[in-house]
Design a binder for this molecule. Structure first.
Ligand SMILES: [Ca+2]
Ligand SMILES: [Ca+2]
Ligand SMILES: [Ca+2]
Ligand SMILES: [Ca+2]
Length: 468
């Protein structure tokens, strides 16, 4: 405050050395004669205009101009104002003092003027203006006016106050005029991350395909390396989250998400990616990016399966009825005409054809009269659906049944004769029909669904047989 003391000493000298010009306005500083509320509102202000320059378009090498004005002053005769800035961010280029108002209509103070200090310190980042009107002929200044303008070149990205470090306002009599001070602020910092593309490896795919989703993220800011998360979605479902670390200003990073569509229902999905908001981020609308639609459909498939083999009976007689139920299903996506072949011990017995819609299953019956088959040997039955054109899954096209025994007619207990024990067995089921608990298909010799006299009559001719 050495400057200030010196200044006011000087000013007092000037004031007393002069005849009073008859300007009593200094008596009415804003503080006197007003209620506290009004005084606060109407207090003169020393301020930086514009007060807040927060604008990323002030890139390095841009020019910045601010001015310091005194607002709503009454009875101003002398002033001492110092402005401070960050010299590593703002490089002083020039300034213009707007004193006196006789020369600068937008300025302050009247002629004659004494310039006491007009000093720029470019390394410290300060400018000091000390001016006073000379007593006698100069009137006091009332109203609002600019004291000086400062011109800078922006050196880098950053922020700093434009600080009014000193401000003393004096009346003609060397009395301080109460006032408030409003610093300015400059910032060209810009924080912004963005997603700039979301690209799938394909826009149409079959369920089960694995797609790559490529996401490009950008540090659109100027002032800081950024670390943030990228989360990607198909429709509203989460695809994954990955982290980007220390992406430099202006830098771009491409990351890939793998999308396994096996468990995804068929349909169309809009892809998107979202970058988490970084501290003080200026623009957030660009943190989300949406791509077009990816359409997933069921992969076209040819596939039939033989699912169930059910023999009508497990003990059968040569020359008598026997049949086998076969359940076959179309597991593909096309209408299929399927050839089914029944084999017994690898010898083809019978063949049939069935047409099935997608997902349709049906049961067909193979009849086999057991003509000229050997007795008392095990039979392995299998049914094969002929491989369809384009069918890959053929493991399910064949089904085997093991457990059929062919015996001499009437030898129900398969002990190589037909005797009273065999007859007794059929009598246990006599009179039953399909659906009854006592019904056993082995004894339904003519396969008509009931066990009656016709079945018994069928085997009577074989009574007394003994295998050689
Ligand atoms: Ca952003
Ligand atoms: Ca198959
Ligand atoms: Ca027997
Ligand atoms: Ca019968």
């Amino acid at each position: 405050m050495k400057t200030s003391t010196a200044f006011f000493g000087l000013l007092a000298f000037i004031v007393f050395a002069s005849s009073v010009y008859g300007d009593p306005s200094y008596l009415h500083t804003a503080e006197s004669g007003s209620s506290p509320g009004e005084s606060t509102r109407s207090l003169p202000v020393v301020r930086v205009v514009p007060s807040n320059v927060t604008d990323p378009s002030f890139t390095p090498a841009s020019n910045l101009s601010v001015r310091v004005e005194i607002f709503n002053i009454t009875g101003l005769f002398g002033l001492e104002i110092e402005l401070q800035w960050n010299a590593s961010l703002l490089n002083y280029t020039s300034h213009a003092v707007k004193i006196p108002v006789d020369t600068y209509p937008d300025g302050v103070l009247y002629n004659p003027i004494l310039e006491v200090k007009n000093e720029v310190n470019t390394t410290a980042g300060t400018y000091l203006a000390v001016y006073a009107s000379l007593g006698g002929t100069a009137p006091s200044f009332n109203g609002t006016g600019t004291v000086f303008e400062m011109n800078f070149t922006v050196l880098e990205y950053g922020a700093c106050p434009l600080h009014i470090a000193l401000s003393s306002l004096s009346t003609r009599k060397g009395q301080a005029i109460a006032h408030s001070v409003e610093d300015g602020f400059f910032s060209n910092l810009f924080y912004d991350v963005a997603i700039v593309s979301v690209t799938p490896s394909q826009y149409t795919a079959f369920l089960g395909d694995v797609l790559n989703i490529t996401v490009t993220a950008l540090n659109n800011g100027t002032s800081r390396s950024e670390s943030f998360n990228i989360t990607s979605y198909y429709a509203t479902a989460l695809l994954g989250t990955q982290q980007i670390t220390d992406l430099t200003p202006g830098g771009e990073e491409v990351i890939t998400f793998s999308w396994n569509t096996s468990d995804v229902p068929p349909g169309s999905y809009i892809l998107s990616a979202n970058a988490s908001i970084v501290p003080e981020e200026d623009v957030t609308e660009n943190n989300r990016y949406e791509d077009g639609e990816v359409t997933l459909t069921v992969r076209p498939l040819h596939d039939v399966a033989v699912q169930v083999l059910t023999p009508f009976k497990t003990v059968a007689f040569p020359g008598f009825c026997f049949h086998l139920n076969v359940t076959v299903k179309n597991e593909g996506t096309f209408i299929e005409t399927v050839n089914l072949t029944l084999r017994a011990n690898d010898i083809e017995i019978n063949e049939t054809q069935v047409t099935l819609l997608q997902d349709e299953e049906t049961t067909v019956t193979f009849a086999w009269e057991l003509e000229d088959v050997a007795e008392y040997v095990p039979y392995i039955l299998n049914v094969t659906a002929t491989q369809l054109s384009g069918e890959n899954d053929t493991l399910d096209n064949t089904l085997q049944y093991v457990g059929l025994t062919v015996v001499h007619p009437g030898d129900f207990d398969a002990d190589m004769d037909v005797d009273i024990f065999d007859i007794v067995l059929i009598t246990h089921t006599y009179g039953s029909q399909i659906g009854d608990t006592s019904y056993e298909p082995e004894f339904d010799i003519n396969c008509d669904g009931e066990i009656d006299i016709f079945d018994v009559v069928n085997i009577v001719p074989y009574y007394g047989y003994e295998a050689p």
